[in-house]
Design a protein around this ligand. Structure first.
Ligand code: X8Z
Ligand code: ZN
Length: 581
């Protein structure tokens, strides 16, 4: 290898300029057709969006292959990074054969459509319900028979997706190999500015640091569920049946907070009720979130956001309801797509989505290949960092709550937060621990379902309502699997958001414990956050982390500090309770 250049050769510069212009053009078209598909699912919109996705993918692959003709000696450091990122741009790589590439993008669209169309009529119910309706039952019902029925009814959607998923694994792996990756999972693990194996070890390190807190939470929750449902239904020392945790995938447990609330430390308010009682509209829910970002000194959202977003499920057509944030033209055509309900959970999700939009807007001035987050966990962590600032004191400031509970209620607040955030950690890890092995071939199709449950049980300590057969495909009942969205990003985000929160709280100069600190209104915190957002992907992620947190490693210290009082309380509660499963 020759010496590294400080400026790029004219040929390499031209190649990159043309590549970026061509990809920007194609991705804009792909985003438009995808938007139309996801907000109006028909065979036509499926075919059109798959075709434009295939065009975009094929061009990106061709350009990535062409880029190998430039050696490091003819590239500036920034252009070297662009060449690396070009290979990693897409979440999926099509095989060379053009028929197969359209087949692959159609498979993904079709699996996503099948997921969006999933319905189940609960026992004793009159009509088929969609995922939101079924989820509401899981969150609110305490009837064991209904819970198991709703859980199984929704999971049937996975079974219908399974044949397409098997073919998708094969085609997407072949595509990834064409670009020099061992398989699609290895490609996903290569997006973190380190060797894929080192990344897998890094994830294990983070998990090992937070696992004891999770186990304590699991033990406390299990002991309360034993009290509610009895020992026959919830084993005192084994894994928890998934349908009792208030969420279809047992990924966050805040819906069952009322069953677990510490009697002498309940904060005494319910955000869902506050929102409903005030007659909050869907648009006002989004305005609250926008106002938070504006309070940090960031700009208001453009008028087109309000005109073009989808906030409400349309009555007359099938749509993808899973919440997402969009950046159609990679400049300012920002949108969210959600089927908002007036709940605390959706209040939080709106903040999550706007975090994506504010990131997108901040890096819009970067060259096309740098218009992404430092790594994908950063993208997921921004809105969640703001969620952590939704404290009782903040709710008082925006007029939703009359008076904040005093410090004697802290355990209730922390427990609720842990049910949202700590409960999520092993799920965030398990999805791609499973998928990495699926893509590598270590798990053959016949073992998809048994291994899915082995991994869920190992990390989360949960089991299905009844034994599942190998014909089922329960992973397919989670949005990101049929939709080809990598999932480790959410695990990383659940660590990073506490690291960001702690750093921004310090920057803002807010005293007191982390769980009572809100950065609302702090322009100093906004500047620090904005600086990181504006870097986009132009630098390796440790540089971005340093900009906001002054540290170059992902760290669980923020999370552990945040929950330290709860950890002590859980240890007390669990003194005569078995821990582990
Ligand atoms: O999918 C999402 C967001 C869109 S990026 C709503 N989340 C994960 C999930 O719902 O499974 C946010 C938290 C985890
Ligand atoms: Zn997200």
């Amino acid at each position: 290898m020759g010496a590294e250049a400080t400026t790029s050769s004219p040929e390499a510069s031209r190649f990159l300029a043309e590549t970026e212009a061509e990809l920007l053009d194609l991705v804009t078209e792909q985003q438009r057709t995808e938007w139309v598909y996801q907000t109006h699912i028909t065979p036509d919109t499926e075919a059109l969006s798959s075709r434009s996705y295939a065009r975009y993918v094929n061009t990106a692959v061709r350009r990535a292959k062409e880029s190998t003709r430039f050696g490091p000696g003819e590239l500036s450091p920034a252009d070297r990074r662009k060449m690396t990122l070009l290979r990693l741009l897409l979440p999926i790589i099509a095989p060379d054969d053009p028929t197969e590439s359209v087949e692959l993008t159609r498979l993904v669209a079709s699996m996503q459509g099948a997921y969006a169309r999933g319905r189940h009529t609960p026992v004793g119910g009159a009509e088929p319900l969609d995922l939101q309706g079924l989820s509401r039952i899981l969150a609110e019902s305490r009837d064991p028979r209904l819970l198991a029925d709703v859980w199984s009814g929704w999971h049937a959607v996975g079974r219908s997706i399974r044949p397409e998923f098997v073919r998708y694994v094969d085609l997407s792996n072949r595509g990834a190999r064409g670009l020099g990756f061992a398989d699609l999972g290895a490609m996903w693990r290569s997006k973190y500015d380190m060797e894929p194996e080192a990344f897998a070890r890094e994830v294990d390190r983070l998990w090992s640091e937070v696992a004891p807190l999770y186990r304590s939470l699991h033990a406390y929750v299990r002991s309360r569920l034993v009290a509610v449902y009895g020992r026959d239904r919830v084993p005192e020392a084994g894994p928890i049946p998934s349908q009792f945790l208030g969420n279809m995938w047992a990924q966050s447990w805040e819906s069952i907070y009322p069953l677990l609330a510490p009697p002498d430390a309940d904060p005494g308010y319910d955000l869902t009720k506050l929102l409903v009682d005030r007659g909050t509209s869907v648009e006002q829910m989004v305005r609250y979130a926008e106002r938070f970002f504006v309070s940090l000194g960031l700009p208001a959202l453009p008028p087109s956001f309000w005109e073009r977003s989808m906030f409400v499920r349309p009555r007359d057509r099938e749509v993808v309801c899973h919440a997402s944030a969009w950046d159609i033209d990679y400049v300012e055509d920002l949108r969210i797509k959600m089927c908002v309900e007036i709940t605390a959970e959706d209040f939080q999700t709106i903040h999550h989505e706007l975090g994506h939009n504010y990131y997108q807007r901040a890096y819009a001035r970067q060259p096309f290949l740098f218009r992404d987050s430092a790594h994908d966990g950063f993208h997921e962590a921004v809105g969640d960092t703001i969620q952590l600032s939704v404290t009782p004191e903040y709710l008082v400031r925006i007029g939703l709550l009359d008076r904040a509970p005093d410090a004697s209620r802290d355990i209730g607040l922390l427990l609720y937060r842990a049910l949202e955030k700590v409960a999520f950690l092993p799920f965030g890890l398990a999805v791609d621990r499973w998928r990495w092995d699926v893509f590598s071939g270590a798990i053959p199709p016949a073992d998809y379902n048994p291994t899915w449950w082995e991994i869920r049980r190992r990390y989360q300590g949960v089991v299905p309502p009844a034994p599942r057969s190998a014909e089922e495909f329960d992973a397919g009942a989670k949005y990101h699997v049929p939709s080809n969205v990598a999932y480790m990003r959410y695990f990383l985000a659940h660590v990073l958001q506490f690291q960001f929160h702690r750093a921004l709280v310090r920057t803002a100069g807010i005293p007191g414990p982390l769980h009572r600190a809100s950065i609302f209104g702090s322009e100093a915190a906004g500047r620090s956050l904005g600086e990181m957002l504006a870097m986009g992907m132009s630098r390796e992620w440790p540089d971005a982390l340093e900009a906001i947190a002054g540290e170059r490693r992902m760290s669980t210290a923020g999370l552990l500090e945040y929950f330290a009082p709860l950890q002590r309380w859980l240890d007390e509660q669990n003194r005569s309770t078995p821990v582990g499963w």
